[in-house]
Design a binder for this molecule. Sequence first.
Ligand SMILES: C[S@@+](CC[C@H](N)C(=O)[O-])C[C@H]1O[C@@H](n2cnc3c(N)ncnc32)[C@H](O)[C@@H]1O
Length: 339
Amino acid sequence: MNHISVLSRELIAGLNIVPGGLYLDATVGNGGHSKLILAAHSNVSVIGIDRDLEVLSIAKTRLFSYYPQRLQFWHGNFANYEPNGLLFDGIIADLGVSSPQLDIAERGFSFRHSAPLDMRMDRSQLLTAAEIINHWDENKLADLFFHYGEERFSRRIAKRIVQQRPLQTTTQLAEAIARSVPPKYRHGRIHPATRVFQALRIAVNEELSSLEKFLERAPYWLKPGGRIGIISFHSLEDRIVKQKFRHSELLEVLTKKPIVPQADELQENPRSRSAKLRLAQRNSYQSSSMGNRRVTASPLLRVALYLSFLVDSPLSPKSCLSQSPIFLSFINLIYITKG
Ligand SMILES: C[S@@+](CC[C@H](N)C(=O)[O-])C[C@H]1O[C@@H](n2cnc3c(N)ncnc32)[C@H](O)[C@@H]1O
């Protein structure tokens, strides 16, 4: 049940925590990272989010005893969080599941114990893993395992599941999967059910669309100079983090390559082996609207425009200018570059 927080050193150093700062931990889990943020300075505050009510209550019990005055909690999907005008000095998310979720068998996240096929982080939602496994058609299941689990035997596995269903428990599903793959994969480095379980969990909890929505919104919740750090555990998540950071007009990427655990952490916590941390910092623009962007032209563009004005032909900017106000607007648009 003890969750060891991953990449803690690197995350805390990368956040550059400021005295008196306000931080958002979008996946508070067991509260490990939040506790380190709170410990960094005596007057730092944290708002902790988790969509899992049971996990959130563990975090509350754990953290309130140390920092009762400097904490608030919010239950829900981080994608739907409303900061109501608050701006943060830093935002973190450590994706995936926490140890309490994996270790409480009845939650159905793990095939190590026999449990109902559940996998909901938020137990108030209707969709469960059992619903997907027992009601989706074969092609849809195969596509799910292929796209969200990167499972190369997705078609064979889906076929076997459809033949054997209804499947009620995690271990029944894991056995059906193991029997679908060639014998040499049954005893490989990872259990043959690992990828299918990952795919199911992603689908049940709509993890990728939640992450995308969160990363589109979260940069607006940062103060200028504030930092965001995201820890992901598989390539689908990492790709989204990389793209959203890179394409956000509010963020400057601080980690060209993701930060991965050092040898000592890998030894102490093998679960960290697939973790990747990416960091970005909010730039100093106040708004994303065009009106607030800096209006400058690159030196090369300026020379090109100046030369084009010297040419005297019917199609030159000089002639067009006198005829068309649209051309003027066009020139204006070219001049608007991201400073
Ligand atoms: C890996 S754990 C976080 C562990 C935590 N950083 C620590 O150090 O103890 C991930 C947590 O994020 C929560 N979570 C995952 N996706 C979420 C989402 N979209 N919104 C809110 N919480 C989410 C899970 O319920 C889980 O408790």
